[in-house]
Design a protein around this ligand. Structure first.
Ligand code: SF4
Length: 355
């Protein structure tokens, strides 16, 4: 489903994705890299990954246009097969379309480019608009690009496996970025073997979509066209465990955060806090456990909370402050809300609210 449309229909539109300015800048940079039949892009592939091959002059750039994702996927597979039958030449596939089975459903993927080398091997090319300064770029952004490229490598391997002999899909991809703060392209070869292996294992372990669908109540529907009330009930029928990490990964984050805060769920404070609190899942439970009204005293989390509450009471008595723990529930909720708003994940960020 289109989660961005669903989030808007629920009244919590996502602030997810790139700004319009970044998109325009990214598209302009990609067009520059691929200008003149991809001459600069192919030069970078030759320089960084295949210096032993003939320089790429007169590369083939097949037309991949077709109707719909299935049509484009079939057209890409045909172009790759034709390239395999033309050894000794360079071929550039601009925005090919690949299909990958994810939990039993096809996911359509669109790498920026795939290059077929004269030896018949295939390379994934990712073009990003973050700068490469002095030959290195932001490690987090490079990591994200490597994970993305690894998925393309896996999808290409599925296409290659259907050919005889199966072409080699290279596990070093080419990352193309603007050089320093100019818009001149520069590139670096990135080894994605580790990311490929991790993604492959994750894909194999995913619960199949049919099994997830079977667990849903009969007739539940997530169409953004439904009235908001009906849609909210449908979404609530599916369990969700919001954490601040969702803010950078899921279009429904604002909706789930609001529900999580309304329920007083400790996961709004981050996964490390949830892990520390064991079976105590709400702020109310945590405070009740600290007051000795709830929880198993042998549970290490409950014992730690009671000890902290005792120490706090002693400290408050010493300073003459009179606030009781019961009176801090609202403060704790405020702290939780603040922690969730800022994405803070540690207990220390919540303490000012608790006091
Ligand atoms: S819990 Fe997080 S990942 Fe799951 S739907 Fe909500 S925002 Fe998305």
């Amino acid at each position: 489903m289109d989660k961005a449309a669903l989030a808007s229909a629920l009244g919590s539109p996502s602030a997810f994705g790139q700004s319009q300015f970044a998109l325009v800048r990214g598209n302009a940079f990609e067009a520059r890299v691929k200008a003149d039949g991809g001459a600069e892009l192919l030069r970078l592939v030759h320089e960084k990954l295949d210096r032993g091959a003939e320089p790429p002059a007169d590369a083939r750039v097949p037309d991949l246009s077709a109707t719909g994702p299935e049509g484009r996927t079939a057209r890409t597979a045909l172009a790759l097969r034709e390239a395999a039958g033309a050894p000794g030449t360079w071929t550039l596939l601009d925005h090919p379309m690949l299909a990958l089975d994810v939990a039993g459903s096809p996911a359509f993927l669109e790498p920026d480019a795939v290059v077929v080398h004269p030896d018949g091997s295939w390379t994934v090319v990712e073009i990003k608009s973050f700068p490469m300064l002095d030959g290195s770029a932001d490690a987090a952004k490079v990591g994200a690009a490597a994970r993305q490229a690894a998925v393309y490598v896996l999808a290409l391997e599925r296409v290659a496996a259907r050919l005889d002999p199966a072409p080699r899909v290279r596990h070093r991809v080419l990352l193309v970025c603007p050089k320093d703060f100019s818009n001149l392209p520069t590139a670096s070869a990135v080894d994605v073997r580790k990311q490929r292996a991790v993604t492959d294992r994750q894909l194999a372990r995913l619960t199949r979509v049919e099994d997830i669908a079977d667990a849903l109540p009969e007739g539940v529907c997530f169409s953004p066209g439904l009235p908001a009330e009906e849609l909210t009930a449908a979404v609530e029928a599916v369990p969700a465990t919001y954490a601040p990490e969702c803010l950078s990964a899921c279009e429904l984050a604002f909706h789930c955060r609001a529900r999580s805060l309304a329920d007083g769920a400790v996961t709004s404070l981050g996964r490390p806090v949830r892990a520390e609190l064991g079976g105590l899942s709400t702020v109310e439970d945590v405070l009740a456990a600290a007051r000795g009204e709830y929880g198993d005293p042998d549970d290490p989390a409950v014992a730690a909370l009671r000890r902290a509450a005792r120490l706090r009471t002693e400290a408050m008595a010493t300073t003459g402050a009179g606030t009781t723990l019961a009176g801090t529930a609202e403060g704790a909720r405020t702290g939780a809300a603040e922690g969730a708003r800022t994405g803070a994940t540690g207990v220390s960020e919540v303490r000012p609210g608790c006091r």
